[in-house]
Design a protein around this ligand. Structure first.
Ligand code: ADP
Ligand code: PHD
Length: 558
């Protein structure tokens, strides 16, 4: 393998590293294809998918034949081996940063790219400071409690780590100036808000890189918006654009070749394609930064380090007996995140799935715990339910046709109204003359879609239907093996019946890994706890659960 092909034999400069993984081998059996590509990034990616399946000899032949000697392979120049993302809780203080540095350095064989979130709850504090600045008056900005908190936290951290204060002083000054600007304008636009929260990640990464350097470990800080993270101009919830992948690969790989250092990259941030302003990728967006880098560089593994032992069977804040889930598919993880599990950003699985790179969710407070491994496929033969997710504060609409339109025209009209108003729909259930659906609460929040706009939706729909708007609902999503959907539903409904809870809507998603049930907000947490007990804790008593058979007598399940 080592001398199978070498770029330099062809006078070609390596540019884009892509992983070639030996399917039957262990993780250490990883080699890299350094691909020189002056054509099209996707073409390269699809070509490499083919090469992954062939033996070394055929690979050599295949590569040379297909690109006329331009695409060549070498495993001599190893650059990065994984991306390690640490969330806010992992870098919340100087002590936590020291732990994370120890953790990074405890894998000497790894050459990681580190992605960091803002320290602790800094993003929340910045948002609050921005809100207060709008109405507090310029002269009172220095007294905003959250600004003082942020200053104290960051200055205390640099002092405790023995890092020079100059690393962040300029940012702290600029932050105060920005808040004064907001106070002067008495307005906080989404664009300014993104710039405001970017200070969190810009400071945490500077501190962390400087600390590594003081320890003699060469590290280089990067602002994602300066190294090719190109996004849409949708401030507060921007999407990463395709151009990001080659740009980020070129920059990080080029820097490694010319002057190797551990990259410390800001999570969560990007640069708007049109306005060139700083954007954010939605709350929790650093996970997406990590998977985007993983895809761009074709890394063997993406690690996201949290404050929990992996993805759990339910939100531990709702039910502390939640257990880690050892394996998940990308589909399960994406569904889980989309339906409200805070642990992963909803879009973060997409780059990993597209490039088939395993994602490992680990606990930075308990690194020995195995965590959760997320891959394309897993053995589902024994899987029933993987996780229970709760999304609160959902608005549900019951829309019943007034029969002015045929069935086809009715559904088309209903959805065109949502399209026109730019509103995302989550869960849908239809019959011939009616449709029930839920509206995505995060979209409602981010678009400040409040009562007025909901009334507008109802008004439009009332032209063709009778509309019932039901608020304060929750979606309970049962993520698992929908091959066993009858078993899941049977168990779930027995639990809910025992609780006396009426399910107001049920839907099985096209992804086939999710069954969604809509209940009242007030009943939802109790349902999650009882479902968790039935599915994950009490297998024996579950099998003994009684049910009434068709003759009215009582049977045991076995
Ligand atoms: N199903 C779940 N599995 C794990 N954690 C969950 C789940 N649902 C909600 N959480 C919450 O998500 C938190 C981790 O996500 P997050 O705060 O975004 O991490 P970080 O900031 O470290 O990236 C956990 O502390 C936990 O409270
Ligand atoms: N700091 C940002 C981005 C992020 O990903 O944070 P965390 O990894 O701590 O969830 C936020 O709070 O949304």
């Amino acid at each position: 393998m080592a001398s199978a092909l070498n770029l330099r034999h062809y006078g070609v400069k390596p540019y884009l590293p892509v992983t070639w993984r030996q399917r039957n081998g262990s993780v250490s059996d990883v080699h890299r294809l350094f691909v020189w590509n002056d054509n099209n990034y996707n073409k390269t990616a699809s070509l490499l998918k083919v090469t992954c399946k062939v033996t070394n000899d055929v690979l050599e032949k295949h590569v040379i034949e297909n690109v006329g000697g331009k695409l060549v392979m070498s495993d001599e120049t190893m650059s990065y081996s994984c991306v390690m993302k640490f969330g806010g809780s992992s870098v919340a203080s100087a002590d936590r940063m020291k732990e994370v540095v120890n953790l990074v350095l405890s894998f000497p064989e790894e050459r990681p790219i580190v992605v960091l979130s803002a320290m602790g709850k800094t993003t929340n504090k910045l948002l609050l400071a921005g809100e207060k600045a709008v109405s507090c008056g310029v002269t009172n900005v220095s007294g905003i409690e959250e600004l003082s908190f942020i200053k104290d936290l960051h200055l205390k951290t640099v002092d405790q780590l023995g890092v020079d204060r100059s690393v962040i002083e300029k940012h702290l000054e600029e932050l105060e100036q920005l808040l004064k600007g907001i106070a002067m304008m008495k307005e906080l636009t989404k664009r300014t808000q993104d710039y405001l929260v970017s200070f969190g990640e810009c400071m945490s990464t500077r501190i962390f890189a400087a600390f590594l350097n003081t320890l003699g470990v060469k590290a280089r800080q990067y602002d994602a918006f300066e190294i090719g993270f190109i996004t849409t101009d949708d401030f507060t919830n921007a999407d990463i654009l395709e151009a990001t992948y080659p740009a980020v690969a070129k920059r990080l790989h080029g820097d490694w070749l010319s002057d190797p250092a551990i990259p410390i990259v800001t999570g969560f941030l990007g640069k708007a394609q049109k306005s060139c302003a700083v954007t954010t990728l939605g709350r929790g967006g650093s996970d997406l930064t990590a998977t985007t880098i993983g895809k761009a560089l074709g890394l063997p593994e993406i690690q996201v380090w949290k404050d929990v032992d992996g993805v759990l069977t339910c939100d531990p804040n709702i039910y502390p007996k939640a257990e880690p889930v050892p394996f998940l598919t990308f589909d399960e993880a994406a569904e889980l995140a989309y339906f409200g599990a805070q642990v992963l950003h909803p879009q973060s699985m997409r780059p990993a799935r597209e490039s088939d790179i395993p994602v490992r969710v680990k606990n930075s407070y308990n690194p020995k715990a195995p965590g959760t491994l997320i891959t394309k496929e897993r053995d589902m033969s024994k899987a029933v339910l993987t996780s229970i997710v709760l999304k609160r504060n959902v608005t549900m609409l019951d829309i019943v046709s007034t029969r002015m339109l045929g069935q086809y025209g009715f559904l088309a009209k209903v959805f065109s109204i949502f399209e026109d108003l730019g509103i995302s729909v989550d869960v849908v259930a239809t019959s011939e003359v009616s449709v029930s659906l839920t509206l995505d609460p995060s979209k409602l929040w981010s678009r400040e879609l409040i009562q007025q706009e909901l009334d507008h939706v109802a008004e439009e729909l009332e032209k063709i239907a009778v509309v019932n708007l039901l608020q304060n609902r929750s979606i309970i999503s049962l993520i698992g093996n929908v091959q066993k959907s009858s078993l899941i539903l049977e168990k779930a409904f027995r639990v809910l019946r025992k609780l006396g809870v009426t399910v107001q809507m049920i839907s099985q998603g096209a992804s086939k890994v999710n069954i969604s049930l809509v209940v009242n907000d007030s009943e939802a947490e109790q349902c999650v706890r009882a479902l968790h007990e039935a599915f994950f804790e009490n297998e024996f008593s579950e099998l003994q659960m009684e049910y009434t058979n068709g003759n009215g007598s009582v049977d045991k399940l076995s």
